[in-house]
Design a protein around this ligand. Structure first.
Ligand SMILES: [Zn+2]
Length: 159
């Protein structure tokens, strides 16, 4: 068995003028301003896609997703499907998600997001874990200007 570890990061600013909903890990946060992006701005899924890309060596966010955006596909879970195809025979063993923001509060929706992500990547919910921090307000994210996410993924190849 071989094991690989990937890391992905992404950040988006809140859109103070738009009326886009806030979507994190495929879950809609009602009554909260959304994030600036051409897509739905799902910063958790984007960081996950980057983590997968760091294992496969094939970037998804950028050229490929800009093309999909132009076709009207803004659902980030559609971009995630492309990354999963690249994973090929590598099996996801664990996804660790670290969120930094002042708002919204992530922990009340922790299990919802974990179960949604587990569903999207077809793994057990016990293989997905989210932590969240305000970072003591030291960064723009902790001050409430946006959200930053890091994802570490562990994958195994049993062939
Ligand atoms: Zn993004």
């Amino acid at each position: 068995m071989k094991i690989k570890t990937g890391i992905g990061q992404d950040s988006h600013a809140f859109d103070n003028n738009g009326n886009k909903p806030l979507i994190l890990g495929g879950i809609v946060f009602d009554n909260h301003k959304g994030l600036k992006a051409n897509s739905d701005g799902d910063v958790i899924i984007h960081a996950l896609i980057n983590a997968i890309a760091s294992v496969t060596g094939k970037n998804i966010l950028g050229k490929k997703t800009d093309k999909l955006c132009k076709q009207g596909i803004t659902d980030s879970s559609e971009y995630l499907k492309l990354a999963l195809i690249d994973l090929d025979k590598w099996v996801i063993e664990h996804i660790a998600i670290a969120v930094e923001c002042l708002n919204p509060k992530i922990i009340p929706k922790k299990h919802l997001i974990e179960s949604k992500i587990a569903n999207l990547v077809n793994t057990d919910i016990n293989n997905v874990a989210i932590t969240a921090t305000t970072g003591e307000g030291l960064t723009s994210f902790g001050k409430g200007d946006g959200i930053q996410v890091f994802v570490i993924i562990t994958v195994a190849n049993y062939e």
